[in-house]
Design a protein around this ligand. Structure first.
Ligand code: ZN
Length: 177
C-alpha cells in the first residue's frame, strides 16, 4: 500500500520535474501554457500525459505530428518513482521520507538540467540549499551547526577543487551539495 503510494507520487512528481527541466533553463513559466508538443504545438491531453504509460502507448511519438518524444521524459519519471520508493522503504511514512523525497526530486531536476544544458539554475539551487537547512531543522536529524558546516565544508571543498583544477569543474558543482 505505502510502496504503491510512493511509486504513484514519484511518477507524478517526475512528470512535473520534466516540465521544470524543459522550462526553467528557458525561463518559461511552469504553469502556463499547458503542455504542448514542441514540434507541432498541439496541446497534450491529460490521457496522453500519464507518466510512462502514455509514452509507451504513443510509442514515444506525438499523437498529432509523430515527432519523437525525448526518452528523458519516461526516464525522469521512472528514476523519480524509484528514488521516492527508496525513500519510502528507508524512512516509512514519516516526515523524513517527505524531506528525502523533496531533496531527491530537486537533485533529479538539477541532474537532468545539468546533462542537457550544463547549467545549474540558481533559481533551483539557492532555494534548495535553504530548503535543505530548514528541513534539517524541522526534522531535527542534523543540528543547524552541522548543517551550516556541511554547506561551508562541502562547498569549500569543491571550491578548492575548482581552483586547483583550473576550471575543470564548474561553479555549479558547489551549489549541488
Ligand atoms: Zn507534435
Amino acid at each position: 500500500m505505502i510502496i504503491g503510494f510512493f511509486v504513484v507520487v514519484g511518477l507524478l512528481i517526475g512528470s512535473f520535474l520534466n516540465v521544470v527541466i524543459a522550462r526553467i533553463p528557458e525561463r518559461r513559466s511552469l504553469w502556463r501554457p499547458g503542455s504542448a508538443c514542441p514540434g507541432c504545438g498541439a496541446s497534450i491531453a491529460w490521457h496522453d500525459n500519464v507518466p510512462i504509460l502514455s509514452f509507451v502507448a504513443l510509442r514515444g511519438r506525438c499523437r498529432a505530428c509523430a515527432m519523437p518524444i525525448g526518452s528523458r521524459y519516461p526516464i525522469v519519471e521512472a528514476v523519480t518513482a524509484a528514488l521516492f520508493t527508496a525513500a519510502g522503504l528507508t524512512f516509512g511514512p514519516t516526515p523524513d521520507a517527505a524531506v528525502a523525497a523533496a531533496l531527491l526530486a530537486v537533485l533529479v531536476a538539477l541532474t537532468a538540467i545539468d546533462l542537457e544544458w550544463q547549467i545549474l539554475p540558481d533559481v533551483i539551487t539557492l532555494p534548495g540549499i535553504l530548503a535543505g537547512v530548514l528541513a534539517n531543522l524541522a526534522t531535527g536529524r542534523v543540528s543547524w551547526r552541522e548543517s551550516l558546516l556541511g554547506i561551508v565544508v562541502g562547498g569549500g571543498l569543491f571550491l578548492l577543487i575548482i581552483l586547483a583544477s583550473g576550471g575543470g569543474m564548474g561553479a555549479g558543482d558547489i551549489a549541488i551539495i
